[in-house]
Ligand binder design. Sequence first.
Ligand SMILES: [Zn+2]
Length: 234
Amino acid sequence: MGLEEVQMRNLDHRANRAGWLRAAVLGANDGLVSTSSLMIGIAAANKSDFLVTAGLAGIVAGAMSMAVGEYVSVKSQNDIEAADREIEISQLATDPEGEFDELVHIYMKRGLSENLAKEVVTSMHNKDALEAHLRDELGHFDHTRARPVQAAVASAIAFTAGGVVPLIGALVSSSNQVNLILVFTALGLLAAGFISAKIAASPIPKTIIRIFMGGTLGLVITAGIGWLVGLTGI
Ligand SMILES: [Zn+2]
């Protein structure tokens, strides 16, 4: 099998989508649920005269907090990976025999005989010892490396895309806004479930049900609290 064919086969795997997919699904789902919940909560409190304003504010605030949160969390993951890399560099410099044995044991645990493992590690060390240790000891792969800016942008765009759906519901007609928000949100949750199942190649019905139930639960709880607030007249 040629190198090109190996690379083509690797494209079949979804691991390289993990980073932005997680941020995008989380963002879209969060945008849908928090924006619609915000508007439904306000409607339940009988303060529906500024639903659209609240929805817009919710989208901007949510997209910003998602982006900043994603950037900060992925950046700290990057920092951890960079620190591990430095430790590995110094261990390879100060204790090359120990590092050699460590990788031999890793390959033996994966099923190689001791002699074969030593042969493999010798070749790996001759080619690029650091890369071999980062990959096989620490599990650092270039295609799964955390990309903070990509994750932040993906989650902000996804949040906004999710949040716009209930907002359109509120904009379609000034009467019946609550029902329209609910219908648009339900359709949005179904679409988000279908899209993420397709991208992740996960079972479609199960993924749709999981995202739909989670979103609905968020909506019901917020509407309940909004209704209570409305009752108290705060
Ligand atoms: Zn090592």
